[in-house]
Design a protein. Sequence first.
Length: 255
Amino acid sequence: MLIGVARRFVFVANTKTASTSIEAALGEVAEITRQGSAARKHVSWSRVREEYGFLFDQPGFAPESFFRFGVLREPVDWVLSWYNYRLGRGDLPSATRFEALWDTGDWVKRKDQLSHFVDTDGGCRFDLLLPHGAVDEALPRICRMLGFRLPEVPRRNVSRHSLRREEIREGLAARINGHFARDHSAFLHWESCWQNALGEAEARRLPESAGEQPAPAGMPRLGRPRNAHVDARKIERTLGWRPSETFETGLRKTV
C-alpha cells in the first residue's frame, strides 16, 4: 500500500497482481508506505481509510481528492497464480493437481479481490482498477500523470508458470469465475473501460502535475519507516498533525 500525499495518489495492493513491482516503482514518491508481512502490505482500502483518518479527514485531503487505483485479475488467472506460486515455494506437494486442489475446501476459495477496494458500505469508488494484463501499458501513463518518469520496474514475486491459463478446461474456468462472480464482473467491467477511466483521470490531473518535480536523488525519504520508527515531520508540516503519543509514552503502554 502506498499513499502519495504531495502527488495525491493511493495504491492499494491486491494479492498476486504485480503489486510488489508497482510499489517498487512508485515507492520513491510516496510519503506513506506499508511494508513487511503480507497482512501489512495487502491491507484493504476500508482499513486504510480508517487507519489514516488523520490524513483523509483533513480539509482538502478527502479521499476523493486522491487518485485511487489498484489491479484486478481474472479470477481463473488469479487462482492459477496462487497455485503456481505455492507449488514453486513447496507449500503444496509437487503432485498436486490444479483441479483437484480447487475441488477441495482450499483457503483460496474463501478469499476474493474486490474487497480490497470497497468502502465500508460495499461500494467501490476507485478511479481505476487496472486489469492485470494492462499494467505494463498503463503504468508509464500513471507515472506521467503523477508528475515523474517511470523508473525501471523490477519483476518481483513472480510465480513459476508450471501451469498456464490455456491449459485450464473451460468447464473448470467457468466454475471458478462463477465462484468469484463479483470479482469476475468487476474484471470484465474494468477490462472494457480502463482506457477511458485513465484518460479521464489524466485530463483532470495532467495540468496540475506539470509543476510537480521528483525529489532530488539522495534526499531522505520522509515518512518511510526506518528501523521501527516513522519520520512524520512532512505530515506535521503539511497538515499540522501531531501524534497522540510520544515514543516514550507509547513504549510504556506497550511494554
